[in-house]
Design a protein around this ligand. Sequence first.
Ligand SMILES: Nc1ncnc2[nH]cnc12
Ligand SMILES: [Zn+2]
Length: 343
Amino acid sequence: METIGEKTTTTAPPVAELHLHIEGTLQPELIFSLAERNGIDLPYQDIDELREKYEFRDLQSFLDLYYANMAVLQTEQDFTDMTCDYLKRAAAGGVRHAEIMMDPQAHVSRGVALETCVNGVAKALATSNEDFGVSTLLIAAFLRDMPEDSALDVLEQLLDMNAPIAGIGLDSAEVGNPPSKFQRLYQRAGEAGLRRIAHAGEEGPASYITEALDILHVERIDHGIRCMEDTEVVQRLVAEQVPLTVCPLSNVRLRAVDKLEDHPLPEMLAIGLNVSVNSDDPAYFGGYVDDNYQQLVKVHGFSVPEQATLAANSIRSSFASDERKAELLEEVTQWVKESLPPQ
Ligand SMILES: Nc1ncnc2[nH]cnc12
Ligand SMILES: [Zn+2]
């Protein structure tokens, strides 16, 4: 704990990161070094020119760059390196458990074998606890702007190859691609014993959250901030304590909210929604989970108990074992003791 003037600052709490796209952790420096390793010509002269592109109008303008930059991911080692970089940085920022999404269709569609991307990420995750003190699991996310049959085809291949996935998610361009489009995919995943989550209510309407719950039977909603536009949806989410994996810096960068000062998270927390703080695509949105906490403390003055509630929500909403959850909740209790000023 550090005291600056009147204000007591703390390090970020120990958390579970529940909303993280591994491809969104590809830092400009790694993009350039992988391009060189793989002999790929980038349409940017240097890192500064690439960084100039990180001004987004909306979700789609970000997705265009996010998919284009994936061209540098070619070999299993590339996927492993990217994942190790994330784990190292996340661990330094307090992440103790991570449920990591990857977009298999974004790689298969550009000619990278499914085994290459899955095995590359899985290799880093297999030893994440020993290497970085972060327990992990992998979630295959499907692109909602592609046909459901493509998702079903990739899911069957993942099942056939016994891929080490714990669940499925739904991401990419939300508006016009409602959850109901993926009913068969989620039914199949349920039959296969997979956990189910989906992005909903990021740019899309609150009704997409209801569809994800009622039609896809998801256990968590990624983002969900637009629930605040519908009182009945909010009441239901509070009553059922549906976890919402909120990503404040992402919402600002993608203009879902104008500025962090306007973010609904403080109100969401105050009315009893089960919210957690996550980074989404930290290489693109200006920060990892700890950066999100730091900004929230600075702009919204979140107290130590409020941060602890957000951290505990993340752990309880995770798919970690009960034993791991208990261990991490104890770490949050310890963090509170160390962070509160002495009486
Ligand atoms: N914030 C986001 N929303 C939808 N799809 C994504 N893919 C990566 N980041 C995403
Ligand atoms: Zn996301």
